[in-house]
Design a protein around this ligand. Structure first.
Ligand SMILES: C[S@@+](CC[C@H](N)C(=O)[O-])C[C@H]1O[C@@H](n2cnc3c(N)ncnc32)[C@H](O)[C@@H]1O
Length: 348
C-alpha cells in the first residue's frame, strides 16, 4: 500500500488529517507544527482524491530523526538520501505518466529551525545522495521528478512530488494584495465546523479564496464575499465563474455590513495583518468597527474563524464583547509569519 506525504501550513495538521480521514485514507504521522502529514491508502497516485487542505502531495520516501544541526548534518543527510528507495517510488509514478529511463530530477528543500547549513546546502547533499544511488541527471528547470525535502528542527522528511496545488488560484493580485493559499483557506472554513449553515460569509474577502472554499464545503448554503476593494472583487467574481451555486460578491465596508442583525451562521476571515495589507494604525480604525459588526450579524450560536497577526488588539476586542466565547486559539506559520487563528462562538 503506497505511503504518501501532504505538505500543509504548520499548525493545521489536525485539520488536514480530518480531510484525509474522510477520504478513507489512513493518517500515519500528523504532528503539530511539522508542516507535513504522512498517510497511506488508495491505489496508485492517480487514484488519490483531491485534497483541498494541502499545498502538495507526493510519495513518501522516508523520514529522519536526530539530524545534526552542525556541518556533519550534511554528510548524515546525504547518506540517508542514498539509502532512500527512490527507484521503487518511481515505479508508482511510471504507472501514472511517461518518464525517460533516467529521469532528470531536482531537490526542493525547505528548512525551519537553527542549522549551520542552508536549504540550498541540504538540497545539494540530498541530490548528491540520490544521484549516487540512481545515476539520475540533475536539472533545475524542466525536470521530470521533484524530490521534496522538509527539515523542521532535527526532523527531515523526503518525498517524490505528485502534485503541487500551492500555486492553485495563482493570477492577478490587485496592488500586491495578499492572497491566501487554497489549503489554508480550506482549513479555516473546515474549522468553522458548521453542519448545514444557511448563510456563511467572508467580510474582507479580497480575491475570494475563502469564499470559494465555503461554496465547496457548504454547497447548500448562501455564501457571500464582501470587500471594499472593487478590483479584488472583480477578480474574485472572475475566479468564481465556473463555481456553482454562485456566491454573492458585494462591495462594502466591513464596519457597516448591509445585513440584518443575527442572520449569519458563519464568518471566516483573513484580517489585514497590517504588513502587506494596510497598517497597524489603519487596523486600529478597522478592527473595533469590524468586531462590532461581527457580533451584530452573527446569529446566537453562530461561529467565526479569524486569522490575524494583530493578537493583542483582537483579544482586547473579543473581551469587550461578552457574548463572544473563544472556542480555540492556535498559532500557524505563513510565509515566515506566525499569525493566530481564533475560533469564536456567539453565545445564545
Ligand atoms: C488580508 S486581505 C484578505 C484577502 C482574502 N480574504 C484572502 O485571504 O485572500 C484583507 C482584505 O481586507 C480588505 N479590507 C480592508 N479594510 C476593509 C474594510 N474596511 N471593509 C472591507 N474590506 C476591507 C482589503 O481590501 C483586503 O482585500
Amino acid at each position: 500500500m503506497p505511503v504518501y506525504y501532504a505538505l500543509c501550513c504548520p499548525g493545521l495538521e489536525d485539520v488536514v488529517s480530518a480531510e484525509i480521514g474522510e477520504c478513507d485514507l489512513e493518517v500515519l504521522v500528523a504532528e503539530a507544527r511539522l508542516g507535513w502529514v504522512i498517510f497511506a491508502g488508495g491505489g496508485t497516485g492517480a487514484a488519490l482524491p483531491v485534497l483541498r487542505s494541502v499545498d502538495a502531495v507526493g510519495l513518501w520516501l522516508g523520514s529522519l530523526d536526530g539530524l545534526e544541526p552542525g556541518a556533519e548534518g550534511l554528510c548524515q543527510i546525504e547518506e540517508w538520501a542514498a539509502s532512500l528507495e527512490v527507484s521503487d517510488a518511481l515505479a508508482h509514478v511510471r504507472a501514472i505518466r511517461d518518464l525517460p529511463r533516467l529521469p532528470h530530477f531536482r531537490v526542493s528543500a525547505h528548512r525551519v529551525g537553527t542549522h549551520s547549513y542552508t536549504s540550498m546546502d541540504l538540497a545539494a547533499a540530498v541530490g548528491g545522495g540520490i544521484q549516487r544511488d540512481t545515476g539520475w541527471p540533475v536539472r533545475m528547470r524542466g525536470y521530470d521528478i521533484n524530490i521534496v525535502l522538509r527539515v523542521t528542527g532535527r526532523r527531515a522528511m523526503a518525498g517524490l512530488e505528485l502534485c503541487d496545488s500551492a500555486a492553485e488560484g495563482a493570477g492577478p493580485r490587485p496592488g500586491g494584495a495578499a492572497r491566501l493559499k487554497r489549503g489554508v483557506a480550506h482549513c479555516l472554513v473546515r474549522m468553522l465546523g458548521l453542519a448545514g449553515p444557511e448563510l456563511v460569509m467572508d467580510p474582507m474577502c479580497g480575491t475570494g479564496s475563502i469564499v470559494l472554499e465555503c461554496v465547496h464545503l457548504h454547497p447548500g448554503a448562501r455564501v457571500l464575499g464582501g470587500d471594499m476593494d472593487g478590483r479584488a472583487l472583480g477578480i474574485a467574481a472572475e475566479r468564481s465563474r465556473a463555481v456553482s451555486p454562485a456566491p454573492g460578491w458585494v462591495r462594502w465596508d466591513a464596519r457597516a455590513i448591509p445585513l440584518r442583525s443575527g442572520c449569519v451562521d458563519g464568518v471566516v476571515c483573513n484580517l489585514p495583518f497590517g504588513r502587506r495589507v494596510g497598517s497597524h494604525r489603519r487596523n486600529e480604525h478597522l478592527y473595533p468597527g469590524f468586531f462590532r459588526e461581527l457580533y451584530r450579524v452573527l446569529r446566537p450560536g453562530g461561529r467565526a474563524v479569524l486569522l490575524t497577526l494583530e493578537k493583542r488588539m483582537t483579544e482586547r476586542l473579543i473581551s469587550k464583547h461578552h457574548g463572544l466565547r473563544v472556542a480555540g486559539v492556535r498559532v500557524v506559520e505563513l510565509s515566515g509569519l506566525h499569525p493566530s487563528v481564533y475560533e469564536l462562538e456567539k453565545l445564545a
